[in-house]
Design a protein around this ligand. Structure first.
Ligand code: 2F8
Ligand code: CA
Length: 210
């Protein structure tokens, strides 16, 4: 059969009308114009959606970078906290044993009397040593002991040295007036002596029990 029957044409016309009404368009000029402007509007919305998608994608990767930065900062802070907690534990333990903290070091002012070497052994058995007085602050802090007390100073020949190996000649010193005098030619160790004075050290025989 060639060509279309009237009823065929009618059916396909109806079908087209249904499709047109689904798409919201009619084929008269004014509704065609409305159809174009709807399409243009849809295109504008689409391109605005696309740029939002692009911008959100960029925000997402920036946020992911921030998250990974924050994760590593968090880990670093946790590590720092653990170090500080450990230091705090040490601090509390020393304080509980009666050690005094001053400018970065712990000091123990013993009340028992012993000669210089036995005093030094008492210190080293506790992971410390007789005090090395580095400056005016430490000198004023240590004379707060308010009694005669050995310090980590010894004579080797004509040189006075600290127990850390340094030579007193290259450091601040706080000898009492006229000291060290090597009285009786047998004084070879340093002590806090005139503790009420800034210049308070004396040399005394190592075997004295301070
Ligand atoms: O007058 C200073 C002099 O005093 C004592 O000797 C009499 C001290 N001796 C002891 O502490 C053992 C000296 O060291 C000090 O120089
Ligand atoms: Ca002396």
């Amino acid at each position: 059969k060639h060509g279309h029957s009237f009823s065929d044409l009618n059916a396909s016309h109806k079908k087209l009308l249904v499709q047109q009404s689904r798409s919201g368009c009619n084929c008269n000029p004014s509704s065609l114009q409305a159809c174009y402007s709807q399409r243009n509007l849809a295109n504008r919305r689409l391109s605005s959606c696309n740029s939002q998608v692009r911008s959100l994608g960029a925000q997402r990767s920036s946020l992911l970078r921030q998250v990974s930065g924050l994760r590593s900062q968090y880990a670093a802070v946790v590590k720092q906290r653990d170090v500080l907690q450990g230091q705090l534990n040490v601090f509390v333990r020393y304080q509980n044993y009666g050690w005094k903290y001053y400018r970065g070091s712990f000091y123990y002012f013993s009340t028992s009397k012993a000669n210089w070497q036995a005093s030094r052994n008492y210190c080293t058995a506790r992971g410390a040593d007789l005090v090395v007085i580095n400056d005016a602050f430490e000198n004023n802090f240590t004379r707060e002991v308010k009694r005669i007390a050995w310090i980590g100073l010894y004579r080797s020949g004509s040189n006075w040295r600290w127990v850390d190996g340094s030579y007193l000649s290259s450091r601040a010193s706080y000898w009492a007036p006229k000291e060290p005098n090597n009285s009786g030619n047998r004084e070879d160790r340093g002590e806090i002596w005139l503790y009420n004075n800034i210049e308070n050290w004396n040399d005394a025989p190592w075997a004295d029990a301070n």
